[in-house]
Design a protein around this ligand. Sequence first.
Ligand SMILES: [Zn+2]
Length: 425
Amino acid sequence: MLPYAYLSKGVMAMFSGFDLCLDVLKKVNLHGKDLAGGFSRLAFREEDRRAREELMALMRALGFSLEVDRVGNIIGTVGNIGDGLPPVALGSHIDTVPQGGPYDGVLGVAMAIGAAKEIRENNPNHRYPLQVMVFSGEESSRFGIANVGSKAITGYLTLKDCFSYKDDDGVILFKAMRDFGLSPEWMGRSRLLPSSLKAFFEVHIEQGPFLHRSGIDVGVVEAIAAPTRMAVDIEGRADHSGACPMNMRKDALAAASEIVLAVESVGIDEYLHGTVATVGVCRIEPGAMNVVPGKAHLKIDLRGIKKESLERAYERIRSAIEGICFSRGVKLNFNLLSKGDPVVLDGGLRRLLGEVCDDLGLRWTDMPSGAGHDAMYVASSIPTAMIFVPCVEGISHNPSEEVELERIRPGYRALVGALERIMER
Ligand SMILES: [Zn+2]
């Protein structure tokens, strides 16, 4: 293996992929600017199409050979594909939430292009091809389903899903994809095999405040939390707010309020295990000032990367809800919407990233990801690693999403370093 010091001292200065990365960011973000602030490049919409065309033109000009698979993932390859060695892949997504920021996803794609180009230019003899993957439909904002592209190639998306999810205008996912020139009915043909790639890397902004506030520049993601989701419908009794005495009420909102606090307290108790619990939806009926609320609907999101902690939290939340509803004499309808297992990322790649960071003198740490990413699906087929870089105050999915260039550069260097080492093997 070539010592890394040699690569960094000698040839790496020849081509700066980081500057290219900034250029890619700028070009993609020419599209989908929202007049109300931020970027709205929702999956399979016109803005998404224009950004993808711009990106593909740029990648083509940089010498990538391009392919778009049946579900819209863009795959750009540089290097010696004929040698029979599986490519080393890296990437993320460029679609956004409504009024999202300029870095969520796009930064990972931009860094992937910069790194692939830099490595190829500086070390043309590397045996492995490099493959930049731009996943389609990562955000759930339009269709209510996330990670369409990465789920499809790893077998987590079904044709039934494509027909059951639709956007606010009633357009079903399948039709939106067909109108985009794709053929989701053939998605099986784009399936990623365990032998298809040597490894996959995704760089992403943290979307939380930990790195920014702690002064650590690189987060090596240990595991990605998959949410457990619950829907809770409480039926009390709507009554006149003036005429119904306090001791005769069945106030659904009062029960829901106790549940909200119970969920919070379970989250706080499990804090040290990295588990978080949130009531993100609370709707009441009829919702009038002079009516005791008769119905309340809650949605609860529970996440973490430690299975025992998640199990404990789930059981405690469930029994707290049952206890509260029983003691208040209100009817409960509890629905477990989804229960996801945390995805542990590849141990070998995590160690490799740690070594690279140490050798480069970077400030780094292992950390969990509370948010879902394409990497969690890719990880089911391919050894996968994820690098988090700081975003200012952790603000994301927001027009004020911001990064400091000098604080994301270390993550880029860690990516390039890790790729170079893995390609020497
Ligand atoms: Zn993202």
